[in-house]
Design a protein around this ligand. Sequence first.
Ligand code: GLC
Ligand code: GLC
Length: 812
Amino acid sequence: MQYGYFDDARKEYVITTESTPYPWINYLGTQDYFSLISNTGGGYSFYKDAKLRRITRFRYNNVPLDLGGGRYYYIYDDKDVWSPGFAPVKKKLDRYECRHGMGYTKITGSRNNIETEITFFVPIDFNGEVHKVVVKNMGDSDKNITLFSFVEWCLWNAQDDQTNFQRNFNTGEVEIEGATIYHKTEYKERRNHYAFFSVNAPVTGFDSDRESFLGTYNGFDNPEAVLEGKSRNSVADGWSPIASHSLDISLKPGETKELVFILGYVENALEDKWESKNVINKTKAHKMLEEFSTAEKADKALKRLTDYWDDLLSRYTLVSGEDKLNRMVNIWNQYQCMVTFNLSRSASYFESGIGRGMGFRDSNQDLLGFLHQIPDRARERIIDLASTQLEDGGAYHQYQPLTKRGNDEIGGNFNDDPLWLILAVVAYVKETGDYSILKVSTPFDNDESKAASLAEHLKRSFDHVINNLGPHRLPLIGRADWNDCLNLNCFSMEPGESFQTSTSKDGRVAESVMIAGMFVYIGKEYAELMKKSGSVEESIRAEKEISRMEKAVMEYGYDGEWFLRAYDDFGKKVGSKECEEGKIFIESQGLCIMGGLGLSDGKAIQALDAVEERLGTKYGLVLNNPAFTKYYVEYGEISTYPAGYKENAGIFCHNNAWIMCAEAVAGRGDKAFDYYTRIAPAYTEEYSEIHRMEPYVYSQMVAGKDAKRFGEAKNSWLTGTASWNFVAITQYILGIKPDYDGILVDPAIPKAWDTYQVTRRFRGDTYKITVKNPEHVSKGVKSLLVDGKEAASAVIPYAGDGKVHEVTVTMG
Ligand code: GLC
Ligand code: GLC
């Protein structure tokens, strides 16, 4: 069952019912000011940091979930009160529609011949949210209505705001000036920022004190002021400051009124804070209001925003015979990659925004998905990440975006972390040709006195693995590898103790075959980068280490039919046919084969067949099988999850992409694409009632076949799934891979496909690549014509002339 449809021409998902199976959200914002917005206007805004600079309030775990806060509008129409976005009043609408687009959301609701369309967006170069409201009389008699607006302020620190009531109920302060309500709590002393909510028309009334507006015993769904059709003109003094306007609107039949509401954020320098005693300096706010004083100005800004997205999305475009594939590649997957870049794992309807910093491995992998869109920001992100690296090559698992420092509380020793930095840098250099990044002097642990070149950082990353080998000469796992829940050194028996930060073993025994696979796969990339950048000796040294690792994996890491997952602290196999549960895991199959292991002797194919047989389901591949049904103290968090959820045999969509890549490497395009379609949102849309999450973005996890709620997704939006699936489809399946001296063409596609076209902007040139498959093969490039001339290899040489080049690839 579907709850809407894709409007590809507008790059929108159109939700046609307010009762989606879960709130379906979108993100507004491109630089510093961000908002989450659900299909009924729920959600919140923040400036840069979702914890420390929260602008509007949101209640987590609220009942109902999505009424925990939002930008709410009410219509008072002859005693009938309703909300054009359905929430919060939830009165039946004659028509409802929500269009989630690229950086904007448009919600339309109508009732009793009044239609209201509200477009929400955060303009480029603007620290605020614009709500363009269009009210129309659809009937044939005059209408006199009152429109109410509403937002609730958060007292800045979102965590403190939800806990420290004894202080916070006393501090709230506002200022009112015409139609603008300023929120200035704590501005008097140490803060240099305030927020405001305004509208570009004279108001009939306003409220800034929540209790006056709602009444002590009413909720957002029935504010007393709205029920009576009359604002209280309240001025908040402590308690909970809000901002609400009321505007009387008279409409003739067919008449339309347009209004622009602005929710803005301002910072003032210390010396510019005040206009006069206790009166805040509003100069910047006035300027922002002036920027959006008319609906035309708002329309222009929206156009600029859509142009911005059109440009970002134009760098890789696909025309194929599959609509669903086109919309994933051209629109939604790329959009999700950018949102994930902006937000990391901080703020979604599953991440509270007060928890995690930026993950080291997460951010390095996210980069693979947005790099081609904004290479400059990728460069900056790489240096930020490398600057938190430790001298021995290890990494803090997380760092804080505001301070850009490694987070001590979470610590390190996730032994896969360092390798992801190499992969990110390799991808960056291949995309841009910018070898100079390798020379950038980059601190260790943010200490400039310990700075070394980025190339040296990569060497330390590589060496961190070989300096930490276990009894089988396989990499020690540390706290965990990519699978945060495989905590082989933890042995925790203490309720509530964090598996991520506690260790009770010295960690010199438990080994990870997954890191071994990564080492081979990413190590080869490292060796090549060294060669390309002139460090031939380092490249040769790396190759030697890699072949040693290859031997160790084939000797100790292969279990007869598939790759083992690990050795535990007792030296016992994990992910082996000898195990009672968890006999096979997905991650090592993917990464070992991506590293080329087992390709020459049929072991890779054998392992991939075991993956399909044991991990395959119609909704995707589960992480391990059989699921753990009891607690294994020697395995850690993985066995705490009920069977079929999260890392315990859930369909963890991130690593499904590695199997797609592995199948592509093994030449099986049909399998690769089959796995792609099992989890790609556009393909899951038709069973949204089971899946429940947004059908336009990936979720981190779908309940696996052992779960009671098989097929149901959780943790939508912020996940490494976005970037890896983008890599899998664009580079491994469609086979358009940025390389050092050009674009490598190496498709692995379903045999049935006849043709497709990819337009790729690469280092300032544009390549229009037409792939033809007359013999219906999955893999193999027979000829490659660039501007009519036969190329020497399957690489489109980098032209560097800023022009458009026609490329024809014939498979066979
Ligand atoms: C989460 C984490 C990621 C980890 C994965 C598997 O997505 O953000 O770092 O690799 O879970 O445990
Ligand atoms: C839990 C989750 C895992 C996540 C980790 C770190 O272990 O299962 O997915 O990566 O927490 O937050």
